[in-house]
Design a protein around this ligand. Structure first.
Ligand SMILES: *Cc1c(COP(=O)(O)O)cnc(C)c1O
Length: 430
């Protein structure tokens, strides 16, 4: 199947990007385990290296198995193109790389995956980039943070770990006004629950490690381009609008139009940063995407049942799931993620830090791991693990206070998960 936007999500998650293998007729996408591709002749090779012809040269840049996954995720997100890479964190660097120069900044939400807070607080400074952390519920503060050195605005659609929902329409309006792209990390929501491009996002990034793969087998990342941003409207984005010396003065935006960011991501980003997804990982993630909607429906159904049960349990202080009527984010579910608020939330156990640690140690079905988006139910005490490098103030702002645990609700039987939580809470609060 090539391009058939009329098809529904369940059809596209199986077929988009894939066609029977032209060499063998293989129905499933083969794992093209190859480093290089034979050129037809010297002219063909020269045209490929000059970006005058699109084709396969070397698997650091492009690979047929990875290409199917790129087309599939781009289709599911409603984008024009996508670049896959080695991890979600790689995707974040690859998304910022064409936009930022030393001295530039990105305006980011305080409610982010803990590793992203660390990457943006410390590591990107080595590139001369800076992140300005702002409460994205305070729209005036977001607006005020955008200055003439800002080159992007960054947030998560459903924010890890608390399951907070970002008002993407309001944030994208602010980014538009500032003349910079909005980058949305859609890892926790997936394109089944939320389509950030429909809410004004320019770029969507994923950790495909999570729900897109769905079973905790491989790490991967992806950047999807909406194709809607005018990179030449100002002089802010010279990597995309000005002549590129490494390709004989080619201008990416002028040459590739809506696909400028995607081509830059491959021809410069993967070529020079080398954060490439391998074809085995692409295979596992392709397998995962085939059942995405089925799994997400069950994740949401189970999360709702368990959040309601916890909220009514006297051993629990509060539950942050946005699917609950009591959540301040509940009113955003219908607008931003109408099929449900995802499978991720935190809850506070009476008894604080100590009780959280005992709870985690006492669970039998839930696994204590630093991952999310698995078919298995997972739990972690963020303050002592993923958000450990953060100050207590940052932990609270990120929704990872010491008295809360984060759960990623799996697709098991909800009553089994509730029974497991019940017995572990009894031990934790005894
Ligand atoms: C896991 C995760 C990341 C980082 O992805 P990796 O694949 O682990 O590098 C980024 N954002 C969110 C929301 C995540 O859950």
């Amino acid at each position: 199947m090539t391009d058939a936007p009329a098809h529904g999500f369940d059809t596209l998650q199986i077929h988009a990007g894939a066609r029977p293998d032209p060499a063998t007729g293989a129905r499933q996408t083969p794992i093209y385990q190859t480093t290089a591709y034979v050129f037809r002749d010297a002219d063909h090779a020269a045209a490929l290296f000059n970006l005058q012809e699109v084709g396969f040269i070397y698997s650091r840049l492009t690979n047929p198995t990875v290409a199917v996954l790129q087309e599939r995720i781009a289709t599911l997100e409603g984008g024009v193109g996508a670049v896959c890479c080695s991890s979600g964190h790689a995707a974040q660097i690859m998304a910022l790389f064409p936009l930022m120069m030393p001295g530039n900044n990105v305006v980011v939400s305080t409610r982010l995956y803990g590793g992203t807070v660390t990457q943006f607080t410390h590591t990107i400074k080595r590139f001369g980039w800076n992140a300005k952390f702002v409460d994205f519920d305070d729209l005036d503060a977001v607006k005020a943070a955008c200055d003439d050195q800002t080159r992007a605005v960054f947030c998560e659609a459903i924010a890890n770990p608390g399951g907070y929902i970002t008002d993407l329409d309001a944030i994208s309006a602010i980014a538009d006004e500032a003349g910079v792209p909005l980058i949305v990390d859609n890892t926790s929501a997936t394109p089944y629950l939320c389509r950030p491009i429909e809410h004004g996002a320019t770029l969507v990034v994923h950790s495909t490690t999570k729900y897109l793969t769905g079973n905790g087998t491989v790490t991967g990342g992806c950047i999807v381009d909406s194709g809607k941003f005018d990179w030449s409207a100002s002089d802010k984005f010279p990597s995309l609008s000005a002549p590129e010396p490494a390709y004989h003065g080619l201008k990416f935006h002028e040459t590739f139009g809506a696909l400028a960011f995607t081509f830059h991501g491959i021809a410069i980003g993967l070529r020079d940063l080398g954060m490439t997804m391998n074809p085995q990982a692409a295979h596992y993630t392709l397998m995962g995407t085939e059942t995405l909607s089925l799994r997400m429906d069950r994740h949401v159904e189970n999360a709702m049942k368990i959040a309601e049960w916890l909220e009514n349990d006297p051993r629990i202080d509060y539950v942050t799931y946005a699917g609950l009527k009591s959540s301040p984010y509940n009113k955003r579910v219908e607008k931003i993620c109408p099929r449900g608020a995802g499978g991720l939330f935190t809850f506070a156990v009476k008894g604080g830090y100590e009780a959280c640690v005992k709870l985690v140690n006492s669970l039998e079905i839930f696994s204590h791991v630093a991952n999310l988006g698995d078919t298995r139910s997972l739990i972690i005490h963020s303050a002592s693990t993923t958000h450990r490098q953060l100050t207590e103030e940052q932990q609270v702002a990120a929704g990872a206070a010491p008295e809360v645990v984060r759960v990623s609700i799996g697709t098991e039987n909800a009553e089994d998960l509730i029974a497991d939580l019940d017995q572990a809470l009894a031990k934790a609060t005894a």
